[in-house]
Design a protein around this ligand. Structure first.
Ligand SMILES: Nc1ncnc2c1ncn2[C@@H]1O[C@H](COP(=O)(O)OP(=O)(O)OP(=O)(O)O)[C@@H](O)[C@H]1O
Ligand SMILES: Nc1ncnc2c1ncn2[C@@H]1O[C@H](COP(=O)(O)OP(=O)(O)OP(=O)(O)O)[C@@H](O)[C@H]1O
Ligand SMILES: [Mg+2]
Ligand SMILES: [Mg+2]
Lengths: 170, 158, 158, 170
């Protein structure tokens, strides 16, 4: 199981189409405060199905669409595509055909509020993506994605919240 | 189901004790159900004892000790149910040099089976990576990626 | 009283705008009463615009931008009503090198009239101090101070 | 106005009597995680009158008394003495005589729960210390003492809490 590439366009501060290939081992992301590092982490959370705007550090989901600068107009939609490879066969009835050894999941959000999900570039439903990621540890509120400040939250969290963290892995 | 949770809880608890000792270079910790008789619903307590110190509630630890303990728990859960990639955003910020080194050594070891994406300002952490991407905002408000692939650089150099 | 609060609020607001520009090397910010007609009770909103970016609620900023904005506010209050000493515990943890340098330059300037006690793991911050104390726990659980007075060292050296 | 020296004994991890002279300008405190740096900041907050155990990162105030290690017994009390110098004359009726240009304030807490306050080594009341520090910016919940993690709190605080920060300075 591995991820191969992340592609973003119109997602938060990533206005232009950006490709980020991921090699084996450790990839480190660096840069000045506010340059967009955590936005990359948000993009991964978003494309694997995060539904809570608050978890993505914005008040409504529309907030993830590039909202313009003095020189650039806001974009009409946000899009993130994650290319990955799974080591097991998966059957998802009703979903488009795809090769588990090399495929992509995509998500698009328009200003109108319309959401679209893609499997290898073909439209699919959110639950196809959820079925596909089942058991991989990827998904909303994953313990595998530690957002900035989440470590501090874990310790100040209530005992019930810690339990739900364990329940998710169970 | 109760058995599923119990199995996960015990495995994660063992992982937690193991990873804690790796990150702290010793000491002990535990995960306990607040209410032993209520496995179905009970919340979970975290107790930690860094090397040489007393066993106490995790809220009484120092800033860096808390961060390391929380990281040990999350890595413990991760080891029980690994995902293809693990994203860590500035988890090393409150750590001193010795703890950063223990953290990066553990990540390097785990990275044999898992991809890690680590966002950091820490130079020691940067040095342990195989691949480094810099994010810039030359044009204000617009992010851009520049890549520095060490392994490619080394391959070119040799 | 209302006048006292109004006077403090306006002065702190001006300080905030000034210190923000020093720490961010530009940009703008504001402190606003949520309810302009209720000076007696209204809560306060913080709006920040780092250089080149849009004006937005402070909660939408990056980790480091938030920290710098909060620091600007606290320094603004401090400047209005200075105390003999200011204690800063690891405020530089989320800052990149450029921001740490702006922060230390500001502290160095303010330290002409105020003593600063800064707890830090950051090497750049350490270099700007006149006096450095190391805290150790050679004996587990027991803290001990060792002093390194740079100015004394320099006096001995010259 | 300046502080000259901090002295601690039996306070949190500072079991043995410790003297920390404070020079002009910037003093930096460094050391490994958990070695006692933030405890020094707590000692300053405590000696200028902090009454909230929670602000001192402990559940009850007795928690600031050194509670022992495998080799050391817990101490019977905690004591912090701050030596300082004020540039103005102060009259505190009923309080011990002291020289504003060079004096100390002290606080002691016994395991029994008894608290004692000192002005230049002589017993005084908490309100004498409070009167003395009035207008200096030092005291409980001071904006001049930024504990670890407080910066993050300021931004997530409610608008009403931010107001009280300003009111304290007013
Ligand atoms: N929808 C959006 N459109 C344009 N810009 C956005 C949008 N959402 C967020 N941003 C910008 O992205 C920037 C924050 O990026 P990010 O949080 O990734 O920073 P960072 O590199 O993680 O910084 P730090 O090191 O301080 O944590 C902010 O300046 C914010 O204004
Ligand atoms: N009453 C007490 N008696 C003995 N030890 C105590 C007491 N209260 C706290 N401690 C110890 O003090 C240590 C924490 O010290 P402190 O918070 O000052 O660390 P720190 O140097 O600031 O570390 P960091 O860099 O991680 O923030 C803990 O190990 C804690 O067990
Ligand atoms: Mg960030
Ligand atoms: Mg600390």
């Amino acid at each position: 199981n591995r991820i191969k590439k992340l592609e973003l366009v119109g997602f938060k501060s990533f206005c232009d189409r950006t490709h980020i290939p991921f090699n084996e081992g450790v990839t480190v992301i660096v840069g000045p405060n506010g340059c967009g590092k955590s936005n990359i982490s948000d993009a991964i959370s978003w494309v694997v199905g995060e539904q809570s705007a608050k978890s993505l550090r914005t008040d409504k989901m529309e907030g993830v669409i590039f909202n313009g600068t003095q020189k650039r107009k806001p974009t009409g939609f946000a899009e993130v595509i994650l290319t990955l490879s799974l080591d097991h066969e998966i059957e998802i009835p009703g979903a488009p055909e795809f090769n588990p050894a090399n495929f992509s999941i995509g998500r698009r959000l328009y200003r109108s509020g319309e959401s679209e999900y893609y499997l290898d570039g073909q439209r699919c439903r959110l639950k196809d993506i959820q079925a596909l990621l089942e058991g991989t540890g990827l998904g909303p509120n994953s313990y595998a994605i530690l957002e900035q400040g989440r470590i501090g939250q874990i310790l100040s969290s209530k005992p019930a919240e810690r339990r739900s963290l364990i329940e998710e892995a169970a | 189901s109760i058995e599923q949770f119990e199995e996960a809880f015990q495995a994660i608890r063992r992982n937690f004790q193991e990873v804690f000792q790796i990150l702290f270079g010793g000491g002990q910790c535990d995960l306990r159900l607040l209410d032993e008789d209520d496995v179905l619903d009970s919340g979970i307590d975290i107790i930690a004892q860094p090397p040489g110190k007393r066993l106490q509630n995790v809220l009484l630890l120092s800033g860096g000790e808390k961060a390391l303990t929380a990281l040990a728990l999350l890595i413990a859960i991760f080891r029980y149910r690994p995902s293809p990639v693990c994203v860590l955003d500035e988890v090393d910020a409150p750590l001193d040099d010795a703890n950063v080194n223990r953290f990066t050594r553990l990540v390097t070891e785990l990275s044999q089976n898992t991809q890690f994406i680590i966002i950091t300002h820490n130079k020691n952490t940067m040095e342990t990576a195989q691949t480094m991407y810099g994010v810039t905002m030359e044009e204000p408000g617009v992010s851009k990626i520049i890549g520095v692939d060490f392994r490619q650089q080394q391959a070119l150099a040799s």
